[in-house]
Design a protein around this ligand. Structure first.
Ligand code: ADP
Ligand code: MG
Length: 631
């Protein structure tokens, strides 16, 4: 094979362009990325070794060698890991853009986050070398018997070349960096030593600068808890996750019976949005007797705990187990449920003893945690850990829990009520909540569709059913005395008037026609004249709306219009109706009430008619106003 030139894919070109031309601080992290790749390659080699595979140059020591040539301004990173074949080089650092590349570019353009905190998380760490290099040569030889060594060379501008190597290069990879003139000090020992100590101290293979070993090579999780200082945990966490801040929580446990395992888990201070970018960057590293069996194993913890980072190691899992059969392994499953319990118990304790810190946790990771409503085995714990805003809170930033809601419940209250809406303001002023306010009953406020899904599917907290306010059985509220007195209490209606009122409702239904399924007297209103309700009570009105949005359905659903018989406006309308049941004013008002209610629900797609109506009414009322005041 002669020297062949290949083009990078467009996305990689774009990435390289940014890396080469932007002036980043913290460029030193390129070394962390290359060492991390060397360490991954060594881990993989060890894994293949214990599986008994045949390996090229099997006697080579697994270490990482760093050397610098001050005169030529070259830095070399050499490992003896699995290496790469030609095809693998093309696939891994060549032509094919990894799925993370696009996401990385997007988040880089949108967030203020420093590139050094992100690059390693998106599977594009290798390219960070072009922040400091004007040329890079990668020499690599696969562990597979009989593969030829390859040379990859690029200036990071748009293409790279590949060729076979003549001399006998031993298994593994060497990255040779031709430093930019201004990055000269990356050849200085003190500088390199410092960077390795800061970013790569916990790499589990010796990192040697010349003959000197720089890192400590200790498996922190295997050391006794009592001997570990907070700084060590922090440092370990940072080098493990590439985060710039120490973790929010450290959970270090060691279990001996019935199954032996050790886990060192962290909850980071920041969530790199599980829902947006980098969705697959989660999972725990699984070690068996010091060998990394799987990086980012996704079965040790359920997805809703994916904000947890860390390591689990066990002596009891068979070393030669394949990743495919891991999930069927009884011991693995026991460890996994035990790790889950460990995390949940830690959170329970945190919620109990350090409520404020727990709220900080919730605000960062609560959204992912909410996905756990389906973990039936742990549902009780999930419910206790779930947090939300409610009418009891003074503002939308405060949080409360089911436990506290229940403690505040009215005597005899058997149900928990919630409302979903776009904002605190929207739910606070929603007509559906008026009866609850009048009776002084707390309502849970949900602002995220995910929360409504979750709450809708758990349905119960202890013996209390959880109901949406528009699905609540109002007869259950009648027994509670009013806490808030009506200031504009209207007179009782006579029997006759009641009959006329129902015929007014019939008239209103006639006016609205097919737009509503019925017009009915309401028991839930005090301040508002009307409210629209979903006739199908299997699903709340807001949920219906969300489903419509997701299906791009713009139709206006048919609702029941409930009318407040005690509202001044309704009483006046009754007078008009009594005088002339065909007065066009009735139809103007009815249509206007309907449109106003639609507007509040976010269904009014065309405001023109509404504004036209309002103007018409204002015109009338201005005439009346001038007449009354003899202007
Ligand atoms: P990541 O390490 O997150 O996969 P990188 O951009 O750092 O992303 O590396 C890309 C890929 O290139 C690695 O997944 C690996 O397959 C390959 N690679 C990089 N460096 C080495 C190395 N020293 N030895 C073997 N393979 C390597
Ligand atoms: Mg990497």
């Amino acid at each position: 094979m002669n020297k062949t030139t290949f083009e990078f894919k467009a996305e990689i070109k774009q990435l390289l362009n940014i890396l080469v031309h932007s002036l980043y601080t913290n460029k030193e992290i390129f070394l962390r990325e290359l060492i991390s790749n060397a360490s991954d390659a060594s881990d993989k080699l060890r894994f293949n070794q214990i599986k008994g595979m045949e390996i090229e140059n099997s006697n080579l020591e697994l270490e990482i060698k760093i050397s610098a040539d001050k005169k030529k301004n070259i830095l070399r990173i050499r490992d003896f890991g699995i290496g790469m074949t030609v095809d693998e080089i093309i696939e891994n650092i060549g032509t094919i853009a990894k799925s993370g590349t696009g996401e990385f570019l997007k988040i880089l353009s949108e967030s203020k986050e420093n590139v050094s905190n992100l690059i390693g998380k998106f599977g594009v760490g290798f390219y960070s070398v072009f922040m400091v290099a004007e040329k890079v040569i990668v020499k690599s030889k696969s562990y597979k018997i009989g593969e030829k060594a390859v040379i990859w060379e690029s200036d990071g501008l748009g293409s790279y070349t590949l060729s076979e190597m003549e001399d006998n290069f031993e298994r593994g990879t060497e990255v040779e960096i031709f430093l930019k003139e201004e990055e000269k000090d990356f050849t200085e020992d003190y500088r390199l030593e410092n960077i390795i100590k800061t970013h790569s101290n916990f790499i589990s293979f010796p990192i040697k600068l010349g003959e000197k070993q720089i890192n400590t090579v200790s498996a922190l999780w295997r050391e006794p808890k009592s001997s570990i200082k907070k700084e060590q945990y922090d440092e370990f966490f940072k080098s493990f996750t590439y985060d710039s801040e120490p973790p929010m929580e450290v959970i270090h446990t060691s279990v001996d019976a019935p199954i032996q395992f050790t886990s060192l888990l962290f909850i980071p201070k920041k969530n790199f949005d599980f829902f947006g970018y980098n969705r697959d960057n989660y999972g725990l590293d699984l070690y068996v007797r010091r060998v990394l069996i799987q990086h980012q194993n996704k079965e040790l913890l359920p997805e809703y705990l994916s904000f947890v980072k860390g390591i689990v190691e066990s002596e009891d899992i068979p070393l030669n187990i394949s990743r495919e059969t891991l999930q069927q392994n009884i011991i693995f499953n026991k460890i996994s449920s035990s790790v889950t319990t460990t995390v949940l118990s830690h959170l329970m304790k945190m919620a109990k003893d350090r409520a404020e810190e727990y709220e900080v946790f919730w605000k960062e990771h609560g959204r992912v945690f909410t996905l756990g409503y389906g973990d039936y085995a742990n549902q009780e714990k999930w419910l206790d850990l779930y947090r939300f805003n409610s009418s009891f809170n003074e503002n939308e930033k405060q949080l409360t829990s089911f436990e506290r809601y229940v403690a505040r419940m009215k005597e005899g209250q058997k149900e928990i009520y919630y409302i979903f809406g776009q904002s605190r303001e929207a739910v606070e002023t929603a007509a559906q909540t008026e009866i609850f306010k009048k009776k002084g009953i707390e309502i849970i406020y949900l602002f995220d569709p995910l929360d409504e899904f979750a709450i809708n599917s758990v349905r119960k907290y202890k013996e209390f059913e959880i109901k949406s306010v528009d699905q609540a059985d109002l007869s259950k509220l009648e027994k509670f005395t009013d806490e808030k007195l009506d200031d504009k209490k209207t007179e009782e209606l006579s029997k006759d008037e009641k009959l006329q009122l129902s015929s007014l409702f019939e008239k209103m239904k006639e006016i609205l026609g097919d737009k509503v399924t019925a017009v009915k007297e309401s028991k839930r209103l005090s301040d508002s004249p009307v409210v629209l309700l979903n006739p199908d009570d299997s699903i709340s009105a807001t949920m219906q709306k969300i489903m419509q949005i997701s299906q791009n359905d713009k139709s206006i659903p048919k609702r029941i219009m409930e009318v407040n018989p005690d509202h001044i406006l309704v009483r006046n309308l009754l007078k008009v109706y009594k005088a002339n049941n065909n007065d066009p004013y009735i139809s103007d008002v009815t249509n206007q009430l309907y449109q106003g209610a639609l507007l509040l629900e976010g269904y009014l797609h065309d405001p023109h008619q509404l504004v036209k109506n309002i103007n018409k009414m204002l015109e009338k009322s201005s005439s009346w106003y001038t007449q009354i005041n003899s202007l």
